[in-house]
Design a protein around this ligand. Structure first.
Ligand code: SF4
Ligand code: SF4
Length: 164
């Protein structure tokens, strides 16, 4: 159903208040499997944070009991949990040039590059393009509403309040 003028005006006002700097959408298309940079140790050590429900989904996908899964694939860092890495700092599930648990990958993997810190503004987004070749001027536009959906998913994962 088409958005009424009143709803349209209300949405524009909300966006203005929320400071949606990416209103025109953002150019991004993941280049996997030709690129696996964000899963690899290319940028050094890192964390793939997992919550209990994400560990359970991965355990189910691998047909493992949760305890067996966590013993084999999870480490504790501060008071959170992360997937372990290979000695070369690749994610433990990066195999044969791709994610071996793709259907059950954690939220952090699903929402990249629309992460809270990357989405702080045009400058941080532009800077991220130096790490992610999927962010480039010839990539298709991801509409602002989809960007917001993924950004809010990332914020929810981290316990940060969502935005309109
Ligand atoms: S770095 Fe970007 S293009 Fe490469 S796999 Fe990750 S999201 Fe895709
Ligand atoms: S779980 Fe899969 S998508 Fe996430 S970092 Fe590891 S290999 Fe990449």
């Amino acid at each position: 159903m088409a958005e009424s003028f009143k709803d349209h005006a209300a949405r524009l006002l909300r966006e203005k208040r929320a400071g949606r700097w990416y209103e025109a959408g953002l150019r991004f298309r993941c280049l996997a499997p030709n690129c696996v940079d964000c899963c690899s140790g290319k940028r050094g050590a890192g964390y793939v944070w997992v919550k209990i429900e994400e560990m359970q989904a991965l355990a189910d996908f691998l047909h493992l009991e949760l305890n067996a899964f966590t013993r084999k694939y999870v480490r504790q860092a501060a008071n959170r949990y992360s997937l372990i890495e290979k000695p070369n700092k690749d994610c433990i599930f990066l195999r044969d040039g791709g994610c071996s648990v793709y259907p059950a990958r954690p939220g952090q993997c699903r929402t990249y590059p629309f992460w809270h810190e990357v989405m702080a503004g045009p400058e941080t987004w532009a800077k991220e393009s130096t790490h992610c070749p999927g962010i480039h001027n010839d990539a298709p536009i991801v509409p602002a509403d989809e960007v917001t959906r993924q950004l809010n998913q990332d914020r929810e994962n981290r316990g940060i309040p969502a935005r309109d």
